[in-house]
Design a protein around this ligand. Structure first.
Ligand code: NAP
Length: 483
């Protein structure tokens, strides 16, 4: 933690109603690169979560009543403070999550860009007037903040997954309570410190950091004062939380798991496809929901694509995220290493071929070698589950129709990618892919101006873009009669 120069960013307890909750019952935050304890954070309980919800409820009326321009001004201040502290926030993020520092800096800027975007969008929360069916009536439509928003976020983007939700919620006039993943609470608490410095009023932005995910989750999904629940995480946990929200008929957004196909057609620019795959596969050591999971390559270009990819992959630097030039950091924990190892081994047992890598890296027990596997097929577990590690699995196909069928053969529908220079094929395939986001000759698709989200069991709701406010507003119809 000596790498962090602004010590105020290192906080050790939840942030509820504008104050830090410090007590002796603490949990360890571990650096995944070397398993050292980075910090101990006071463990929030379900009762703390309830207190956070009540403080958000108390703060709601005043925050919602602020002119949009005022909320925008405060959010802009938050954005600026985050960018001023980008280096420290990035180091903190790398320490607790593991990703290379350059990527962590990218995540801080990416998360902050949503705050900037929604600060601007806050002023454009337009309503509507609709021609009425009779002369004595007027129809007016207004958009109002839903109320208290509760959120639960994962460890793979400890800053951005919170910023993306909070930015839209606060811009719309909602108040916010988030439970970050227990492995990465420090980035969330640093965001709270800067929210406070930016002048976000007490109770408007609350962070509840604890290890009782189930207990805290019960409060955040069932409390009568929570109007909306937003979750980013695995599909399995998302399904459970959806059921909990159903009892209170809460509004819900779900950003869940993915199983992205990455298709390389025979007319593609193969070098560009390799570069695109490097972005789509190896960011965050393969631990993103939009990571390329199934790499489908047309048979006539399969060998040349595999050869070029192997050469490019050998140039990846695996090292502690704080080390100069690191491109692949550690996996988040032992369980992640075991899962990646097991998926790879079962593919090899069923006839896949190992071309590169294939096990832990000498950098440490949670570092996995960039690995390339060929001759994968759709029946293998590695094609059905999120790999969440730096393992690229190649599968051959013959026709466009076969590629589309293979790509859509999953219960997930978050991101897909394909490379082609045939304009007709580009439109046909883009239309046929059953995914919320499609990268066409592009491996990095996410930004604040674009709607991020999935279909099928990858969830619903959109984060970012002008659509992003919809999830945090209710439409109210006013009928003026007797005119
Ligand atoms: P996870 O196990 O579902 O955990 C996510 C969050 O849910 C954590 O804060 C966790 O808390 C909490 N949680 C776990 N069990 C819970 C329960 N019973 N009740 C309430 N909360 C509970 O997912 P993960 O392994 O951390 O994250 C990886 C997953 O997230 C992948 O599937 C990835 O694809 C997905 N993801 C999706 C997106 C997207 O935008 N679609 C973005 C990023 C990640 P604890 O940490 O305290 O256990």
């Amino acid at each position: 933690m000596q790498h962090i120069s602004c010590k105020a960013l290192i906080q050790h307890g939840s942030f509820i109603n504008g104050s830090w909750q410090l007590h002796d019952n603490r949990f360890d935050v571990i650096n995944p690169a070397n398993q050292e304890v980075l910090a101990q954070v006071a463990t929030a309980t379900a009762a703390d979560a309830e207190q956070a919800v009540l403080s958000a409820e108390l703060a709601f009326a005043a925050w919602a009543a602020q002119p949009a321009a005022k909320r925008a001004e405060i959010l802009q201040r938050w954005y600026q403070l985050i960018m001023q502290h980008q280096d420290d926030l990035a180091r903190l993020l790398t320490l607790e999550q593991g990703k290379p520092l350059a990527e962590a800096k990218g995540e801080i800027a990416y998360g902050a860009s949503y705050i900037q975007w929604f600060a601007e969008e806050a002023k454009r929360l337009y309503g509507d007037t609709i021609p009425a069916p009779s002369a004595d009536k007027r129809i007016i439509v207004q958009r109002q903040p839903v109320g208290v928003v509760a959120a639960i976020t994962p460890w793979n983007f400890p800053n951005a997954m919170i910023a993306r939700k909070a930015a839209a919620a606060l811009a719309a006039g909602c108040t916010f309570v988030v439970k970050p993943a227990q492995q990465t609470p420090l980035s969330a608490l640093a965001l709270a410190e800067l929210a406070d410095q930016a002048g976000i009023p007490a109770g408007v932005f609350n962070v509840v950091a604890g290890t009782d995910a189930k207990g805290i989750g019960e409060v955040l999904t069932r409390h009568e004062k929570v109007a909306k629940f937003s979750f980013t995480g695995s599909t399995a946990v998302g399904k459970q939380l959806l059921k909990q929200c159903a009892d209170g008929v809460k509004r819900v957004s779900m950003e869940l798991g993915g199983n992205a196909p990455f298709i390389v057609f025979d007319d593609a620019d193969i070098d560009a496809a390799v570069q695109g795959l490097m972005l789509a596969k190896f960011r965050n050591a393969g631990q993103t929901c939009v990571c390329a999971n199934r790499i489908l390559v047309q048979r006539s270009v399969y060998q040349s694509f595999a050869d070029k990819l192997a050469i490019t992959m050998t140039q990846l630097t695996v090292a502690d995220g704080l080390a100069d030039g690191s491109q692949i950091g550690p996996l988040i924990d032992d369980k992640a290493v075991a899962k990646v190892t097991q998926l790879q081994q079962s593919a090899l047992d069923q006839g896949a071929t190992l071309l590169l890598g294939g096990g832990c890296h000498s950098a440490g027990k949670q570092f996995f070698q960039p690995t390339l596997i060929s001759d994968v097929n759709a029946d293998m577990a590695i094609s059905k589950e999120e790999i969440f590690g730096p393992v690229a699995a190649l599968m051959a196909f013959d026709t466009e129709q076969e590629a589309i069928e293979l790509a859509n053969n999953t219960e997930y529908g978050l991101a897909a990618y394909f490379y082609s220079r045939d304009i007709g094929r580009v439109f046909r395939v883009a239309q046929a892919l059953q995914f919320g986001m499609v990268g066409i000759n592009e491996g990095a698709i996410s930004n604040a101006a674009a709607p991020f989200g999935g279909v099928k069991q990858s969830g619903y709701g959109r984060e970012g873009s002008h659509y992003g406010l919809d999830d945090y507003t209710d439409i109210k119809y006013l009928c003026l009669g007797g005119l």
